[in-house]
Design a protein around this ligand. Structure first.
Ligand code: ATP
Ligand code: MG
Length: 321
């Protein structure tokens, strides 16, 4: 059974990426799965080449440092030729209307003077990511369901039109993945490409900076530590983070902490302790380019080896070559 997930190098890895995704990939993933750095997806809006390359490297190091099976890790653009070819076949399988109705495209393009064409077509590239690898399951958040549904539609349509080439993937919505909110603006989720980084804890932030960001987290003036997502979003977010780092129930933690200062101190120490080993291993890997390059090349080779036959079939049955 092959599962596939990705992280986009649109910014530095943040605490939510780690608690909500990467930590699970390390705990539940197998060498069969595919966990990749989607650097091609990071190009759907204005990007800086040097920064993209650096972030891609950093994210690769974080995944390996976090304990994701190195056999399952790769960088999307290392298969850019294969993915480019398959994306073309799938664009010739997808209608304009299907792409244009993607909610995320509407949201991300709204009000922008100039939108890259790739922002419209990126769900088709995502379908290529999924279908190229013969993926069975795609663990996603609600916001990505529509894109996985598109991959299913395109797989079925291609198979029905030209012959059985692709596995039809399933979307799996993870039941209780931690949702980390921004510390300064708890109304929105923490995100690596947030416009303002004050409320974002980055995985590679030095411990003192992590502590400072958490001690400055926005709370409220009720003065009571209670688990109340609607009424006390800031306090609840800290409880959730503390819970994700300690394995204790958020509601129980609320009962054991009497004031905001002790909640923040406990959370800061728990986060620092949780991130410490991953941060240290990441920095060590980044300082050893040869090892990181070796892991990257092996991942690309494995991903290519298990997918070229599928791409060859797809090209052949659709009348090419
Ligand atoms: P961007 O701002 O570019 O969208 P992001 O931080 O939302 O960045 P993604 O690359 O979109 O990160 O997502 C990578 C993985 O991290 C996904 O599995 C996503 O569900 C998870 N994730 C992202 N943000 C959070 C968060 N705040 N809490 C929990 N999980 C998160
Ligand atoms: Mg995101």
């Amino acid at each position: 059974m092959i599962r596939l997930s990705a992280i986009t190098p649109s910014g530095q890895v943040q605490l939510g990426n780690y608690l909500g995704a990467i930590r699970r990939w390390a705990a539940e993933g197998t060498a069969e799965d595919v966990y990749f750095i989607s650097d091609l997806h990071a190009m759907t809006s204005a990007h800086n080449p040097a920064r993209l390359r650096a972030l891609t490297r950093e994210q690769l190091a974080v995944l390996v440092a976090a304990g994701v099976a190195p056999e399952s890790v790769c960088v999307q653009s290392d298969l850019v030729r294969e993915l480019g070819a398959l994306t073309w076949l799938l664009e010739c399988t997808c209608s304009y209307g299907e792409a244009a109705r993607m909610i995320q495209f509407k949201e991300k393009s709204e009000g922008r003077a100039s939108v890259r064409l790739s922002l419209l077509t990126y769900p088709v590239l995502m379908s290529a990511d999924i279908l190229l690898q013969g993926t069975h399951e795609v663990p996603v958040g609600e916001d990505q369901l529509q894109h996985v549904e598109l991959a299913r539609v395109l797989a079925r349509r291609f198979n029905g039109t030209y012959g059985e080439v692709f596995v039809v993937p399933r979307a799996v919505v993870a039941p209780t993945a931690a949702r980390v909110r921004d510390l300064a603006e708890p109304s929105r989720k923490m995100a690596k490409s947030a416009p303002d980084a004050a409320g974002t804890v980055f995985l590679l932030d030095p411990p003192d900076l992590v502590r400072r960001k958490i001690m400055r987290a926005v709370t409220d003036d009720r003065g009571e530590v209670r688990y109340d997502p609607d009424g006390q979003p800031g306090v609840t977010n800290l409880l959730e983070i503390l819970s994700a780092c300690t394995g204790k129930e958020a509601r129980e933690l609320a009962g054991s902490l009497s004031d905001y200062a002790s909640l923040k101190e406990a959370t800061a120490e728990a986060v620092v302790a949780e991130l410490k080993p991953v941060r240290e291993r990441t920095l060590a890997l980044l300082a050893d380019p040869t090892e990181l390059d070796r892991i990257r090349a092996a991942g690309a080779e494995r991903a290519r080896d298990r997918s070229t036959h599928r791409l060859e079939s797809a090209l052949r049955v659709s009348g090419l070559g």
